[in-house]
Write a protein that binds this ligand. Sequence first.
Ligand code: ADP
Length: 489
Amino acid sequence: MVAVEQALEKSGANIADYSKAPDKSTVQATGRIEKKADVVVIGAGGAGLAAAVSAHQNGAKVLVLEKMPMVGGNTIISGAAYNAVDPKRQSAQGIEDSIEKHYTQTYEGGDRLGKTEMIRTLVEKAYPALEWLESMGMKFKNEIFTVLGSLWPRSHKPEKPLGTGYIETYMNYIEQHGSDIEVMLRTKATELIVENGRVVGVMAENAEGTVTANANNGVIIATGGFGANINARNYYNNTWLELTDIKTTNRPGTTGDGMWMAEKIGANLIGMEQIQLLPMGDPETGSLSGNIEQGVENRIFVNKDGNRFVDEGARRDVMTKALFAQKDSFMWVILDKHSYPTVDTKNNFDETIDRLVEEGRAFKADTLEDLAKQIGVDPANLVKSVETFNKAVEKKIGDPFGRTLFAEKIDTAPFYAGARVPTVHHTMGGIGINKKAQVLDRKGNIIPGLFAAGEATGGIHGSNRLGGNAIPDTVVFGKIAGESAAKAE
Ligand code: ADP
């Protein structure tokens, strides 16, 4: 069993729930399968399933093609943080926020390269889209947090572990409307069918043969990014020294297929060189699992010498670049009991700290000196790093690295450490769309019949996506794409 499935099973999720899709295909003697729907969606991750539900809510019969043996994509294994300005939950915690602030942080945080109308749509619709999920039964915790690189406390956490809450919500809806929405697993889309300048369907392949999926109204590309495609990464990368040997948080299906299909028929790909790395990969697998941080405020990073090296509340690209400059591109996340008030407190990946310690993936000690010895860093340096940080927590200003996001001091045993390395996480570039999720060609014209959403698209996040902005991107634009495609003439 691959690591992803194991992680999901450990979190209590039943893999079988994500792997069932009644096969209604009519197999013909020739191995040619003909399908017809109003809307055909490629990819059953967060954006694709949001699009499928939304297209159905707008009156369409929907066919979803998914190349993997289960639905969920990277969304299901993500940390699942959802940024939205939420006056009710945020004000209950005394957090000030505004749509304008979310907009500015997203725009500036991507070096002003994101399209402003797209960012506007994202930040304005993030909360209504969260309410849409809630209306379908999804539950979010009331506590708002600051996910890594989100720059502000506006991240929501689903009640269910990882990204399972989103996928379950969509799949429950799809099961309830089974006669109108079909999901074909192990079916890989290969090409878009174009007639007279309009996209009218998708060619796909599965074990039974060739699938021709005809779309009365439109096709939605929701195939995710290309973080697991080393060739494409290297072809486009101009930011990082090398990306061949860097592991990824992504599932193997994240190869950018939809981008190449769209490009082939004239779509404009934008920002392809913008590849996001996180400083938060598991040293063995590159995955996010085993990440002991619980939000930004209460933890620091130290290198192999036990010294801090960056503002740990900074942008993801800034933190990862700083990590690459450390010995072996390796760091320890250091935190204390404030992050794990009880031994059964779980991280975002549904792991308890004690289990991580038992598995040797985290270290625990009653003193910082002992922790330093266990992880092999200089005890005096680690103690000094924590002391400097604690002084900054007290004063809120004057942190040597310019950090501004603080809550508690690191002063209460037990103390914990977890190892982390750089990992490829998200590809900001992709298919250019407008705010109706219509795909644009290289001259900026709409390609009739073609829509896209989620990580397959580019132009929203600029050079650096804020942590917690990807999931609302999938929900907001998945929902819009579904509606636009269902209504397309
Ligand atoms: P997003 O967050 O944008 O929804 P995900 O990674 O969650 O992206 O989901 C993308 C989904 O698309 C994955 O389940 C992936 O297996 C699927 N996919 C990628 N390429 C193809 C393809 N050629 N045909 C069908 N499904 C695909």
